[in-house]
Design a protein around this ligand. Structure first.
Ligand SMILES: [Fe+2]
Length: 358
């Protein structure tokens, strides 16, 4: 089954083009964002120009914590907002979804993962300023529990944004580092659409196109951050990646990356990137034909893909200890993504992948 109820406007000046629809969701939006990118990209100004009244909640940090969701839900209720607009990278967009359901269902901090309690949501609008997360077209929200140090996601159909406004110009102000890490996140999503035991063949043409767009355009955007054509291609690939995981969910590649983020602060996309080769080799017996087909669509093969990846020089400073292995491998083994592996994966294989990062 393919289900994606989000209206997508993907064009230059997307916010302006959707002004009437945006106003149709209510009188006063809560703008959920981080400290910087919403303003630096110009997206926040484009949105606030459309509303007489709005409330900004700019407290979302990378890997949003449960406390910041609860405070956002409180601000939403107290300031009389009637819908939510997330602006930024994956963190503000995921936070906007969680704030919407937390406010609508009167959730407390221990219920933010209790999707069985989610009966309704305020309308969620998503405006990405990066090209990687794909969160603008998914039902997922990945949060970090500051009490346990665990990062994990949930998904619920009510958390699909009603409207996603993607204007590639908003990504022009991204640093090289964020450009690379977020593109690698999108690449992970696309590859995981092939890996997933729940893979959706309707997504394959998007997956093939999306991987090819990233392979061609990431180096161009890194060389010339002002290259709008390359930026547009990366935004398109990111949407494809989001649409893909909205159907088939993510896999071990994501769940193995989460502890690297929680423990060592490795940015999300990079955490996926530094294990990308190992995961591909691990899954290869089950998915080599799907990979050959994908890479072949733009005259690549696994070998040339690996050398493309090597040229990016992805690395992160991680200190894998015995304690890390003993704590985090069971965490990965119990993650919901493990159900999506295309073949059986053992705790030893996960430990080996972590150890290979040393
Ligand atoms: Fe991701």
């Amino acid at each position: 089954m393919f289900y994606l109820p989000t209206k997508i406007v993907f064009k230059i000046e997307a916010v302006k083009a959707a002004a009437e629809q945006l106003r149709g969701f209510g009188k006063k939006p809560l703008i959920v964002t981080g400290a910087r990118s919403a303003i630096a990209s110009g997206a926040q100004q484009d949105v606030t120009a459309l509303f007489e009244d709005y409330q900004v909640y700019a407290e979302i940090k990378e890997n949003p914590e449960l406390g910041s969701i609860m405070r956002g839900a409180e601000v939403f209720k107290q300031s009389g907002c009637d819908f939510v607009i997330g602006i930024g990278g994956g963190s503000p967009l995921d936070a906007a979804k969680a704030i919407s359901v937390a406010a609508a269902n009167q959730l407390d901090i221990d219920q933010l993962y209790s999707t069985q309690l989610f009966q309704k949501a305020y309308p969620i609008v998503a405006i990405p300023t990066t090209s990687g997360t794909g969160s603008e077209v998914t039902q997922f929200s990945v949060l970090s529990d500051e009490r346990s140090g665990k990062k994990a996601g949930w998904g619920h159909p009510l958390a699909f944004p009603v409207l996603a406004l993607i204007d590639p110009r908003y990504t022009l102000s991204l640093s090289k580092e964020v450009t690379q890490n977020t593109a690698i996140d999108a690449l992970s999503h696309l590859l995981e659409g092939l890996y997933s035991a729940n893979r959706e063949p309707l997504c394959f043409p998007m997956i093939h196109k999306g991987i090819g767009l990233i392979v061609k355009n990431l180096p161009l955007a890194l060389k010339d951050p002002g290259n709008l054509e390359a930026r547009t291609a990366l935004s398109q690939a990111s949407i494809y990646g989001g649409m893909t995981i909205s159907q088939s969910s993510t896999s071990l590649q994501h769940s193995i990356g989460y502890p690297l983020t929680s423990e060592f602060g490795v940015p999300h996309g990079l955490a996926n990137g530094i294990v990308m080769k190992q995961i591909m080799k691990l899954y290869k017996p089950a998915v080599h034909e799907l990979l050959d087909e994908a890479f072949g669509s733009f005259h690549f093969n696994m070998e040339s893909f690996f050398s493309w990846l090597d040229d990016l020089n992805l690395n992160a400073d991680v200190q894998i200890t015995e304690e890390f292995i003993s704590q985090r491998v069971p965490e990965v083994m119990s993650s919901r993504n493990m159900l999506n592996n295309p073949l059986e994966v053992s705790a030893e294989q996960i430990a080996d992948i972590f150890m290979s990062l040393m």
